[in-house]
Design a binder for this molecule. Structure first.
Ligand SMILES: NC(=O)c1ccc[n+]([C@@H]2O[C@H](COP(=O)([O-])OP(=O)(O)OC[C@H]3O[C@@H](n4cnc5c(N)ncnc54)[C@H](O)[C@@H]3O)[C@@H](O)[C@H]2O)c1
Length: 306
């Protein structure tokens, strides 16, 4: 089924069935679309199905979702390693494969050759503007960024970004689809590295690290200020430890490669942590120290964070 807002959109194809793609596909199925998740690695499907089942069963148990609606959504969701067949029937594609420009350009060229002429091709990339991919297709007017946040079934923001050649109709349909998924779409008026939300998050994180490096306040006190004065659910250092300090480091390196602005270079503190392999929760040490049960403690060793 489709809504009046997304006329002609019945089948949504999600390319890449990892952390993001699996939940984006499920969000589409829950909204009433026929959703197909494609991956090169069939092993991704068992992992995705188990995780979706666990998450949605929990939502049903907590009364957040209706059991019948969830059962029907699972019936509308399918997994495939056959891109040709899936692309041929797709009205709308959301690519959530590896964060690599060449991979995305190859995927889009192939989708362009396979999908019907009306099909809109979007990317969930966190950093790659769709105009860098659109010229791999013969339909640059039907290519855009559709950027979800993790976990995609929960987070309500979806950033919609058109490039110089993206048509107004493509932006309108992508925005309408996001709304139909129960999201609050944010439409950018132009392409900018990092889009809106991650730029603001990055600015807060950079300021926090700068205050730390200037010796103004401790890791814990800066996090406390963000939680108790600004109402952030988590301080910037806790958040970097949670997402992985290497992830932000790599994002900054990629941004720096694009802009060549020294302000986009990773900070000394973050670089040192990455070089020592102290990447946050996943390694037990980052801006904080973590016990085996996940309990967070201040660092008392002679590592840089204070
Ligand atoms: N993880 C996040 O917090 C987050 C948030 C927003 C956007 N994103 C973006 O979403 C995309 C996916 O991220 P993720 O965290 O889900 O990654 P992931 O590693 O969990 O999943 C990626 C999946 O894509 C598959 N894949 C790789 N190359 C492929 C190809 N050519 N064709 C089909 N499948 C392919 C992999 O097998 C894997 O299952 C990236 O572009 C990333 O920047 C991630």
């Amino acid at each position: 089924m489709s809504s009046q807002d997304t006329p002609g959109v019945h089948d949504v194809l999600v390319v890449g069935c990892g952390a993001m793609g699996s939940q984006i596909a499920m969000a589409c199925a829950l909204a009433g679309y026929r959703a197909t998740a494609f991956d090169l690695d069939a092993g991704a499907f068992d992992r995705a199905a188990a995780e979706l089942r666990r998450r949605l069963d929990r939502d049903v148990a907590k009364g957040r979702r209706d059991a019948d609606a969830v059962t029907e959504a699972f019936e509308r969701l399918s997994f495939t390693t056959d891109l040709d067949a899936a692309a041929r029937r797709a009205d709308f594609v959301i690519e959530a494969a590896a964060e690599d420009l060449e991979v995305k350009r190859e995927v889009f060229a192939r989708l362009d050759a396979l999908a019907p002429a009306h099909t809109i091709l979007t990317t969930n990339s966190s950093a790659i503007a769709s105009s860098r991919i659109a010229d791999a297709t013969a339909r640059p007017d039907r290519v855009a960024n559709m950027h979800f946040f993790n976990p995609a079934l929960v987070m309500r923001c979806v950033e919609v970004v058109g490039g110089p050649e993206t048509s107004a109709a493509t932006v309108a349909t992508t925005t309408a689809l996001a709304r139909r998924l129960g999201k609050d779409p944010v439409v950018l008026r132009k392409e900018v590295p990092g889009f809106v939300a991650n730029r603001i998050l990055g600015a807060a994180r950079d300021e926090a690290v700068s205050l730390l490096e200037q010796g103004v306040a401790s890791v814990q006190d800066i996090d406390t200020a963000c939680r108790t004065a600004l109402g952030h659910p988590m301080g910037p250092f806790e958040l970097m430890d949670l997402t992985g300090i290497d992830i932000g480091y790599r994002a900054k390196l990629a941004r720096y490669a694009e802009t060549e602005d020294p302000a986009d270079r990773p900070s000394r503190t973050v670089t040192e942590l990455v070089e020592r392999g102290e990447l946050g929760r996943k390694t037990g040490l980052g801006f904080y120290r973590y016990a085996d049960d996940g309990t967070q403690y201040p660092r008392e060793d002679d590592g840089t964070p204070r």
